[in-house]
Design a protein. Structure first.
Length: 620
């Protein structure tokens, strides 16, 4: 009996310390819950999401410390009351109440920890901080061109978004821009910073005025991009395209918003990285080349190439090589010859050679040539139009233009070749042509064979140290063969006995090259493609616009400019997408496995954590 009374006395002695710890813990925990709603700066940081957490971590750390200390005091009260619950009803009530409260707080803490963990960057241990994009057009995944450019950043990029909460399109643009910037920051967290300024809040207006005085941009909402000492402003209206359905003026018609920010941001970054100067691209004319004009040589595809180059911050001009041509303009950076039907004059060829070799200025020019099997009738035979001067120039720069066209024996029409990147060549030009572990196909109608010159006496005339690569080849699986006779029907040729026997024409001993790139000491100098017919209106009328061909031409220009680019602009990838999606996944894809197993795995982890917390409390 005396032992019981002694134990009861000890239990009563514990009531005040236990109660003190419990009240202190509850007060600290309550303060951690209340302070974000009382202090405005705490509320702005905690409600601002990951961007604000990383920029101003103190409010988040302070709030978390109060919550953890509160739980710790409650846990201490639970441990202090151990053994006294049988002797004192007061201790028992306090102990069981503290146990219940601590178990509940552990549950909240574990769930909060998992959510915070998913927003932390832990380097190679970064397991939870990943996003998965299951939209059909990969709307929430950076385009390869953007990803490559951000990966190669060397200067810090500061982004300021001026946002109005009263504008629906501005709200939409803010959400999409936040996703875009967060994806960029995953690649370069130390170089890309991001800040949202809400207009017309007092702090937002004050900072907007300071930035406007410093950078002199228009008085509009939008995105300010600052790279080093240069800056560019993208209007909010340029970030979003709004398309209304129904007749004009009909208020019942809906509207579709399309986000164009990724392409606009990439263009701005490229422009700033080149010190706000636009490279000059000259498209030649005068020898039957294709262009965007209204003449006989008009090409819709070349018009699209020009538009793509202008979107990429190039200045596109026309250069007439006909007549008494003397010199290439001094501001020319890249010259494009798109399907010349006639041989340029000797004066034009001499000027092009001087341009490529650098001339008196020492600035070595770049050249893109698109060639096709131009025909010429001699007597009763049809053969290739002779281009001795142009072929001689290209030969000096290690490119041999063959009088052969590629015919494939597997797929109709047999005059169209499927070209792919040469798997044996690895360069910044071929890298974009490999997607998802496979090779990106290009349609080349009546593809002309062009070969790199790797040896022979002609190399003595070539500027050194030039190196030529066969970066595009006819896909061997479709039985491509070189044909020199243009007077015959290619469809009939494939059905002939000579083709079946492999004698007329014979299969090539090596891959057929339809694209050659030339570098000078690692610097891009020249690209020759045998796909000029792919930009003709006749081909487009039969097959429709081939986006890959447009991308190939613009990518070649960007490679010559030494830019990181994969052709298609990000804004062009989502023309038909809407903001309502139906999830359809290939069960063989890796994304399907993640979607199927990751949520249950996280749920199991959360349950295990809660169980461990309850077990710890019960063990006391």
């Amino acid at each position: 009996m005396s032992d019981w009374k002694a134990e009861e006395a000890k239990a009563r002695d514990r009531v005040i310390p236990l109660l003190t710890l419990a009240i202190t813990g509850l007060a600290l925990f309550s303060a951690g819950l209340i302070i974000p709603f009382v202090k405005r700066d705490f509320y702005e940081v905690i409600s601002g999401g990951v961007v604000q957490w990383r920029a101003r971590p103190f409010p988040l750390v302070m709030t978390g410390a109060l919550l953890v200390l509160g739980i710790g005091c409650l846990l201490g009260a639970s441990i202090l009351g151990r053994g006294g619950e049988r002797a004192s009803p007061s201790v028992r009530r306090l102990l069981y109440g503290a146990n219940t409260l601590v178990a509940g707080l552990f549950l909240v803490g574990i769930l909060a920890f998992l959510n915070v963990l998913s927003n932390l960057r832990l380097g190679r241990f970064d397991v939870f901080n990943q996003t998965f994009d299951y939209t059909q057009a990969s709307l929430y995944t950076l385009a390869p061109s953007t990803r490559d450019f951000i990966s190669n950043l060397r200067e810090p990029v500061n982004l300021y978004y001026f946002h109005s909460p009263f504008s629906g399109s501005s709200q939409f643009a803010r959400a999409e821009t936040a996703t875009l910037v967060e994806n960029c920051r995953r690649i370069q967290p130390s170089l890309v910073t991001w800040q949202v300024l809400e207009i017309p809040s007092e702090s937002g207006l004050r900072e907007l005025e300071d930035l406007r005085k410093k950078y002199q941009f228009p008085e509009e909402l939008g995105l300010l991009v600052v790279m080093g000492t240069n800056h560019e402003f993208i209007k909010s209206s340029d970030l979003v395209s709004q398309q209304r359905s129904g007749p004009p003026g009909d208020p019942s018609g809906g509207a579709t918003l399309q986000y164009l920010g990724e392409g606009k941001l990439l263009n701005a970054l490229v422009y700033l990285s080149e010190n706000k100067t636009k490279a000059s691209v000259y498209l030649t004319s005068g020898n039957g080349e294709m262009g965007k004009g209204d003449g006989a040589d008009r090409s819709a595809a070349m018009g699209q190439v020009i538009q793509a180059l202008e979107k990429d911050s190039y200045k596109v001009e026309t250069l007439n090589l006909a007549g008494k041509f003397q010199a290439i303009p001094a501001d020319a950076d890249i010259i494009v010859m798109a399907g010349p039907k006639n041989d340029p004059s000797q004066q034009a060829v001499d000027a092009l050679e001087k341009f490529l070799q650098g001339g008196s200025s020492g600035k070595k020019g770049k050249l893109l040539v698109l060639l096709g099997p131009e025909r010429e009738r001699t007597g009763g035979a049809i053969g290739f139009t002779p281009l001795p001067r142009l072929k001689g120039l290209l030969r000096k720069f290690k490119v041999d233009v063959a009088d052969q066209v590629v015919v494939n024996g597997e797929l109709p029409p047999h005059s169209t070749t499927i070209a792919v990147a040469n798997p044996r060549v690895s360069s910044s030009l071929t890298k974009p042509m490999r997607r998802g572990g496979g090779l990106l196909p290009f349609e080349f109608p009546e593809a002309r064979v062009v070969n790199p010159v790797t040896a022979g006496p002609a190399d003595a005339a070539a500027p050194s140290p030039l190196s030529a690569d066969s970066f595009l080849i006819a896909f061997p699986r479709y039985d491509p063969r070189p044909v020199s006779d243009l007077s015959q029907s290619f469809e009939a040729l494939v059905r002939s006995a000579g083709w079946e026997s492999g004698k007329n024409p014979a299969p090539p001993t090596d891959e057929l090259t339809v694209g050659v790139s030339v570098s000078d000491g690692g610097s891009p100098r020249l690209v020759v493609l045998g796909n000029a017919r792919g930009f003709s209106d006749d081909f487009l009328g039969r097959r429709g616009v081939s986006g890959n061909s447009i991308d190939l031409a613009s990518t070649s220009v960007n490679w010559l400019r030494e830019r990181s680019n994969l052709g298609a602009k990000p804004s062009d990838m989502v023309k038909t997408e809407r903001k309502t999606y139906k999830l359809e996944l290939d069960q063989r894809a890796a994304g399907f496995s993640r979607l199927r197993f990751l949520p249950p795995a996280l749920a199991v982890l959360a349950i295990a954590g809660m169980g461990a917390g309850v077990w710890l409390i019960r063990r006391r």
